[in-house]
Ligand binder design. Structure first.
Ligand code: SF4
Ligand code: SF4
Ligand code: SF4
Length: 310
């Protein structure tokens, strides 16, 4: 079983912090790319553990509004594991690189980076994406309207949309978005219960370590020093709670991996929120979040009344 940065699984700092807003410790994960054998046990464990959170869309889908909005339907492609989808929150990227003159295959687990200052959370117009005190960012499927703003502002194209599910069906059937966004929530419920995220627990090679970010940063530097390697995530997008250490430069890895929709890059990323802070203030996020909360209340009240009458 993978260890939690020298901590027992039942004493992960931040597990309790999710319910203690005053605690500011952010939990980070460290992934040692040199250890990963690409077995896929983490992907399987993620799918098994989080299957109950996956969307069950209503079909046929209502008419898309506006009509140019595209249906995004992964419900018949749940077995796709070579990219991120609403039904696959973690996948293994492959890179063929030169290490000391030898062609070497590296495998890299990819999922949400859990940014310290996440644009997906800060710029969601409906307040559907939240960051927990322990640094986990998650999208609430009961509030999300699938407008993809989080995907547009995410430097790594992480959140993925499923049509035919969510709040828009009940209260805003003609609202643009037409679905819900899904991504890794770093097994927030398991962490709250003092358990390790499933992908960390399942890994036979102990590729991932989890712990307070300052400790993880120290470990990342120590590891990078030992392998004469490189770090990704310490400063990217202003810093993330996912740090990779690689024996080859990330520029070489980025050149070697397949990139595209649902297949994030490993290139340098400047701090998006540093540029976006003024923009965010101009996005009237708070009033819209208020509208969303009010709409949700009305929806919950209506649903409860309907259930009582039934
Ligand atoms: S379970 Fe571990 S070794 Fe296997 S692919 Fe995932 S991170 Fe790599
Ligand atoms: S990687 Fe993207 S989805 Fe994940 S926290 Fe950062 S901005 Fe949000
Ligand atoms: S932390 Fe949890 S949700 Fe995220 S990739 Fe790992 S198993 Fe999946």
């Amino acid at each position: 079983m993978a260890t939690a940065a020298g901590l027992a699984a039942d004493s992960i700092p931040g597990a309790a912090a999710a319910s203690r807003p005053e605690e500011k410790t952010q939990l980070a994960t460290l992934l040692d790319i040199s250890k990963c054998i690409g077995c896929g046990a983490c992907v399987e464990a993620c799918n098994e553990t989080n299957a109950h959170k996956y969307p069950i869309p209503q079909k046929p889908f209502p008419k898309m509004v506006p009509s140019r909005a595209k249906v995004s339907d992964w419900s018949d492609k749940r077995d796709v594991t070579e990219r991120l989808t609403p039904y696959n929150w973690l996948f293994i990227q492959q890179a063929s690189v030169d290490i000391n003159g030898e062609e070497t295959e590296l495998t890299i687990p990819r999922r949400c980076m859990h940014c310290i200052n996440p644009p997906c959370v800060k710029l969601c117009p409906w307040g559907a994406a939240k960051q927990l005190e322990n640094g986990i960012s998650r999208i609430d499927p009961e509030i999300c309207l699938g407008g993809s703003k989080c995907n547009a502002v995410c430097p790594w194209d992480i959140p993925q949309r499923q049509t035919g599910v969510g709040l828009y069906l009940d209260i805003l059937p003609n609202f643009a978005g037409n679905g819900v966004m899904f991504k890794c929530d770093r097994c927030y419920d398991q962490v709250e219960a003092g358990q390790l995220p499933a992908c960390i627990d399942a890994c036979p090679e102990d590729v991932q370590t989890i712990g307070p970010r300052d400790e993880i940063i120290k470990q990342a530097h120590q590891l990078a020093k030992e392998m004469n390697g490189y770090i990704y995530g310490e400063t990217e997008n202003g810093g993330t709670n996912t740090l990779y250490v690689s024996p080859v430069p990330f520029g070489a890895l980025d050149d070697a991996i397949e990139k595209g929709k649902g297949k994030p890059h490993l290139a340098p990323v400047s701090d998006r929120m540093a540029d976006a802070n003024n923009l965010a203030a101009a996005m009237v996020i708070a009033p819209l979040a208020g509208i969303a909360a009010a709409a949700r209340k009305i929806y919950n009240y209506t649903r409860k009344t309907q259930e009582e009458r039934a």
